[in-house]
Design a protein around this ligand. Structure first.
Ligand SMILES: [Fe+2]
Ligand SMILES: [Fe+2]
Length: 379
């Protein structure tokens, strides 16, 4: 049992995706503590984030690739634990510490994290229980300075640059290959079609190259504005990627996919049919069930009074992305980063002006949206 006196390290996180920074922290902990075990514990869902991580099995496969990319693949003390993911709920760190403490009753426990998490530590559930049962093992971020009276911890030797997981996921949703991920992780992502890879593959086959480029451009803007619009990143990516999924179908097919009443009201502007057809296709071909995503697709061309935050985001991103050449696009885009509601209103104005200039007929939903935004101003 002498083995048990060696330390045990717990490394919790979303690992969505696991990146070079994660592997560097794990490698440093192994070097410095020579633990009996280092458990990587992907969470089911963290208490602080509103996104739903990719399934545990996929994250475990990515983690495995990240570990072997960092030369830790064959190490028997490095284990991927399904403890948190298996509980299928938000699991607090104290519960994870309690679990591994029961598993290794005689071993000193360490909880590994980056120094960026230290400031929030007092707000965690049962911090005193945590500190009594485990020591914090901290990888210091560049520029970190130890303040007085903070939480006690053991520092890892070296400095560990922070990788922004939200930004990494944003790149993955656009089909890019960020260098902060190891090639093996990118290979798992490709093989398992994670981060909407399947959707992008189908879209690429269904759209003209120009439309596909527009789709990526709109998605890029939607992702950058998701926080300002109050929308989770994944929903922004899914809705923006699929917003024009029916745009290159034959016109008759688009009308056939529309709800009959909607189709009948589109005689003046049949081009708008692709929005409702897109929602139907998103459901049928792409397996979308989220009503907010479907709403965003069906309303991206006209808008509508009372449309939700995701629909507003896609409406704006469609109009104001970098691929648009009319001058108002840039103005709306720049305004959106400063004042999203004002930019949304401006987007509606620009659409109406162009619609009137182009023939005079405007869909009643677009007029309804305009009126609702004026009413809001008056009230
Ligand atoms: Fe469209
Ligand atoms: Fe579009």
């Amino acid at each position: 049992m002498a083995q048990e006196k060696k330390p045990v390290v717990i490394y919790g996180g979303s690992f969505d995706p696991p990146h070079r920074g994660h592997a560097a922290l794990a490698a440093a902990a192994l070097r410095q503590l020579r633990p009996a075990a280092l458990y990587l514990v992907p969470g089911f869902r963290t208490p602080f984030k509103d996104y739903r991580p990719v399934p545990f099995a996929d994250r475990a496969a990515m983690l495995k690739a990240a570990l072997s990319g960092a030369g830790l693949g064959g190490r028997s003390e490095v284990k991927i634990s399904s403890f948190e993911a298996g509980l299928r709920r938000v699991v607090y760190t104290w519960e994870t510490v309690a679990h591994f403490s029961a598993l290794h009753p005689r071993a000193p426990l360490y909880f590994l994290m980056g120094s960026d998490c230290l400031a929030g530590f007092p707000g965690w559930r049962r911090p005193s229980y945590l500190l009594k049962n485990a020591r914090l093992l901290v990888g210091l971020r560049p520029g970190f300075s130890i303040g007085r009276g903070g939480v006690p911890f053991t520092a890892l030797a070296g400095r560990f640059p922070e990788a922004d997981s939200t930004a990494l996921r944003g790149e993955l949703f656009l089909g890019r290959r960020p260098s902060r991920l190891q090639p093996g992780v990118l290979e798992v992502i490709r093989a398992r079609e994670l981060y909407l890879a399947r959707e992008r593959k189908l879209l690429k086959a269904a759209l003209t190259p120009r439309r596909y480029a527009h789709t990526l451009s709109a998605t890029g803007l939607a992702l950058r504005l998701a926080a300002a619009a109050g929308v989770p990143q994944q929903k922004a990516a899914a809705a923006a990627l699929l917003h024009d999924c029916a745009r290159d179908l034959p016109a008759a097919e688009q009308l056939r996919l529309c709800p009959p009443r909607t189709a009948a009201a589109l005689r003046e502007a049949p081009v708008l049919a692709h929005a409702w057809a897109g929602a139907a296709l998103a459901k049928k071909k792409y397996g979308v069930t989220d009503p907010e995503v479907l709403e965003a697709i069906s309303l991206h061309a006209t808008g509508a009074p009372g449309m939700g935050p995701l629909a507003r985001l896609v409406y704006l991103a469609d109009l104001a992305n970098e691929g648009r050449s009319f001058p108002e696009a840039r103005l709306v885009r720049e305004l959106a980063f400063l004042d999203f509601p004002a930019a949304f209103k401006a987007a509606n104005y620009v659409k109406l002006v162009y619609a009137f200039a182009g023939g005079g007929w405007v869909h009643p939903l677009s007029v309804g949206l305009w009126n609702s935004l004026q009413e809001k101003k008056r009230s």
